[in-house]
Design a protein. Structure first.
Length: 163
């Protein structure tokens, strides 16, 4: 059975596609690409159908990541097929939990940086959209830092299904 993870930010053109691409690479490196499906969405539909922000693409490519992207809006009906919904900041966390049809679905929503042991109390990934490329590089660092522990959590969940 496939384990499904969806990363969610505001418009699905900066933070969540970056997290999707990085985590998909980690999943493939771990040999779990046949068991884990990774995608992303936005809380709003402003950019539906658009590609990722060119700065997101450039920072990813500069760091050895590749992958296409088309923005879309998160739909409450998706909760039933998802195992984890990863919010990029606390605003997204609240919005997603309000969208959740059931308490069980609401418990699927987690903050990405909650998987980074060095994150401290600030668990939001800042929105780089209105800044320069340095904000996108900082975003990538935060995403990469959380991805290791997130992968370990997903692997543990997968093992629990087999056991």
């Amino acid at each position: 059975m496939t384990y499904r993870v969806c990363f969610v930010c505001t418009g699905n053109i900066c933070r969540s596609p970056m997290a999707e691409v990085v985590f998909r690479a980690r999943v493939a490196e771990a040999g779990l690409d046949g068991l884990v499906e990774v995608d992303s969405a936005g809380t709003g539909g402003w950019h539906e159908g658009d590609g990722a922000d060119p700065r997101t693409v450039a920072v990813l490519e500069d760091n050895g990541y590749a992958g296409g992207h088309t923005a879309r809006q998160f739909q409450p009906s998706w909760f039933s097929r998802l195992d984890l919904v990863i919010a990029l900041d606390s605003g997204h966390l609240g919005a997603l939990r309000r969208l959740a049809p059931t308490e069980q679905d609401a418990r699927k929503v987690r903050l990405l940086r909650s998987y980074d042991p060095a994150a401290g109390d600030d668990l939001d990934v800042p929105d780089p959209y209105y800044g320069g490329v340095d904000g996108f590089e900082e975003c990538l660092e935060m995403v990469e830092a959380a991805s290791t522990s997130l992968l370990a959590a997903v692997r543990k969940d997968l093992e629990g299904r087999v056991a």
